[in-house]
Design a binder for this molecule. Sequence first.
Ligand code: ADP
Ligand code: MG
Length: 331
Amino acid sequence: DELISQIAAGEVVERPAAVVRELVDNALDAGASQVTVRLLAGGVRLILVEDDGQGIPREELPVALRRHATSKIASLQDLEAVGTMGFRGEALAAINSIADMSLLSRTADDAHAWQLDGRTGELKPAARSQGTSVEVRELFYATPARRKFLKTDATELAHCIEAVRRHALVRPDVGFAIWHEGRLVEQWRAGQGASAHEQRLADVLGNEFVEQSVAVHYESAARRPDGQPAVRVWGRAGIPDAARSRADQQFAYVNGRYVRDKVLTHAARSAYEDVLHGHRQPVYALYIEMDPSRVDVNVHPTKIEVRFRDSREVHQAVRHAVENALATPRA
Ligand code: ADP
Ligand code: MG
C-alpha cells in the first residue's frame, strides 16, 4: 500500500507547488476566510498551510490521511455536481507517503487542538485557534529521483506563488499570505461586495491589467431547465497592445475551478485574432459558469483538466464573450 501511495503521489505531486495547491484547495473547502502559506527552500524543506476553516474532528484526523478517504462526496451522483475543490481523497495520503507530514487542527467544539504525526500516527493535544495547519517537511525525501528534477528554490517558489495566485483570483472573499524563509512575499487582503473582485484582480495582476482591460459579460441564448443560461462567461480581457502580455497571464475558471484547457485557450485566442488581428499573447481572467453535469472534472488526479460534454457550446460562448468585449468601443 505504501508503494501504491507513492505511485499515486507521483501523479498528484510533481513539485512543491502541487502540494500547495492541494492544501489550499482543502483550506477553501473547509470554509477558510484566511489562508497563510509558509515555505522554506521553495517548499522543498517546508510547506505549512494554515487556515481558519471548520477544522478536522479528532477522530477524523487519522482518516484524513487514508487513501480514498474524502468527507466531501458520498456517491457517484455527488461527483456529477461536485461543488468542492477536492473529492478524490488522495492528496493527503499521497503527500504523507513522500514527506514528513503533520496535521494540527481544532474544530469549534474542541477545547484545544489535536496534532497527528503522519509517520507514527501519534495523536496528542496541542494549541491553536479554530482551523487547520498542515505541515509538510522534506518533500520527496523517500524518492530522491524525483527530488533531482526540482529546479532552484527561486523557481519552485515562483511555482508555489503561481498556485496560490490561481486561487486568489477566484476567491476575493478570502485573504491570502505567502511567506518564504520568514519574509512576507505576497499578501492579498480579503474583500467584500461588488468591488472585491476587481480589487483582487488589481492586487494580483496589477493596476495596469485592470486599467488596460475590458469587462466580459456574456450569457448563451440556450437555457438550462431551471432558466439559467447554459453557459455564462464573465471576467476581464486585457488589451495586449497596451499591457505587457505574457503567456502566463491567462486565467480560466470553470465553476470556480482553475483549469488549463485547449478549448478555452483556442476560443479566447480566436477572439483576439478576429478583433485585434494581433500576434501577441492575450491576457485575461475568464470565469465560466455552466451546468456542472455538463463538465467532467474527474479527468486527471490534479483536477486541472476538464472535459466538456459539448465543447462546441463552450468554445462558442467563450469566443463570443471575448469578441463582444474587445469589440465594444472604449472610452
Ligand atoms: P479530498 O480533498 O479529495 O477530500 P484530501 O486528501 O485532500 O481529499 O483530504 C482528505 C480529507 O481531510 C478531506 O476530505 C477533509 O475531510 C479533510 N481535510 C483536509 N484538509 C483539511 C482542512 N484544511 N480543513 C478541514 N478538513 C480538511
Ligand atoms: Mg483535497
